[in-house]
Ligand binder design. Structure first.
Ligand code: FA5
Length: 340
């Protein structure tokens, strides 16, 4: 009796598997027949009721029917999967002969451009390009530059201090210290890089900006050497001769120290809004290296002298491209960056 029932069930289920038109229909056959509460499970439960000597034979038949049905279900299912894959392959294809959508090439950031330009210029003049770390020791950033801990000049640059006593360098001048220690005199170097100050941000002040340090140490270095160096640099940047003037400026690491101004490139002298009607634009601080700084760098100030300057690269980019707000430069707005 049970044998007949099994044969019938197997035959009708095989037929339904063959007829299933969708994976969902197939699944419902699987649940109905082979599921935990399906027909086969029910039959298997009823086995308890048949005579013990019959049980083994029927059990075998039951297992055979189960295996056969499972095999048929799996085969049908992989047919569905094949068909679905084929349908996708037919639909999704790429015409490799079509022209590619426009690829917008990237470009170097204007700060990087100006930095690389100046590096190339100085390399061609035989100047070494040095890079220092952005996380500096207090000694390199301050003490070795003649700014001891209690010196009021420490307040000129608001500093980000790290918990281990290091700081984010507030200027590129610590690379002078590293240059002196590493190479000794004579020394002719520049050091471009990123610096950080804990400052209120406004149109002309960023907390993160770029400087380019320059330093020359040799015998009898004078302000005339420094001016020649500066004028070469400025001519290269602005692609014309620029008139400069020096005003006294105070930095503990130079003596005498100066602020170098250039004659306003917009109005050429008479005065305009860019130069605040003065005819001059403040560009970079510089001076002759303080004997204490040379001494701390292991260089005898009686034998050697030097000049140093710290160019604000970020401000220079602003002047070159007439950018009125420093925050554009690191704001990450592609509409701004694509102009360069
Ligand atoms: C210095 O940092 C000195 N280390 C420069 C120096 C080197 C002097 C060697 C003498 C000899 P100062 O703090 O003035 O100096 O900064 C130098 C330049 O960095 C400024 O002229 C300006 O162009 C730029 N700068 C300073 N603060 C900011 C800021 N918050 N955002 C953008 N640029 C800045």
């Amino acid at each position: 009796m049970m044998e007949g029932q099994l044969q019938q069930l197997a035959a009708s289920t095989l037929a339904r598997i063959g007829e299933a038109a969708t994976p969902e229909q197939l699944e419902s056959v699987r649940v109905e027949v082979l599921g935990r509460k399906g027909t086969l499970a029910q039959i298997s439960k009823d086995m308890g009721k048949i005579a013990a000597e019959e049980r083994a034979r029927v059990g075998k038949l039951l297992n055979a029917a189960k295996n056969e049905l499972e095999g048929a279900l799996d085969r049908r299912q992989s047919e569905f999967e094949q068909a679905a894959l084929q349908a996708r392959l037919d639909k999704e294809w790429i015409d490799v002969t079509l022209p590619a959508p426009g690829v917008r090439p990237g470009s170097l950031h204007p700060l990087t451009q100006i930095q690389q330009e100046l590096e190339d210029l100085f390399i061609s003049m035989g100047v070494a390009v040095l890079y220092g770390p952005e996380v500096e020791t207090e000694y390199n950033n301050f003490d070795a530059l003649n700014i001891p801990p209690d010196h009021p000049a420490r307040d000129m640059q608001d500093t980000f201090w790290l918990s281990d006593g290091h700081c984010l360098r507030t200027h590129t001048s610590p690379v002078q210290v590293r240059g002196m220690a590493r190479f000794g005199p004579p020394l002719l170097m520049i050091a471009p890089g990123r610096v950080f100050r804990n400052e209120e941000v406004d149109p002309s002040h960023e907390h993160t900006f770029y400087q380019l340090e320059g330093m020359m140490v040799d015998r009898n270095v004078s302000i005339a050497n420094m001016l020649y160096f500066m004028k070469t640099l400025l001519r290269h940047i602005f692609k014309r001769d620029v008139t400069v003037r020096l005003r006294p400026g105070y930095f503990p690491f130079v003596e005498p120290g100066f602020e170098l101004d250039i004659q306003c490139l917009i109005c050429g002298g008479p005065g305009c809004p860019v130069c605040k009607q003065s005819g001059w634009v403040e560009l970079l601080p510089c001076g002759l290296v303080h004997p204490n700084v040379l001494r701390m760098g292991g260089i005898d100030p009686d034998e050697w002298s030097g000049f140093a300057f710290g160019l604000g690269l970020t401000r220079l980019v602003m002047m070159r491209y007439a950018i009125d707000d420093i925050r554009h430069l690191q704001g990450g707005d592609l509409r701004f960056l694509r102009q360069f």
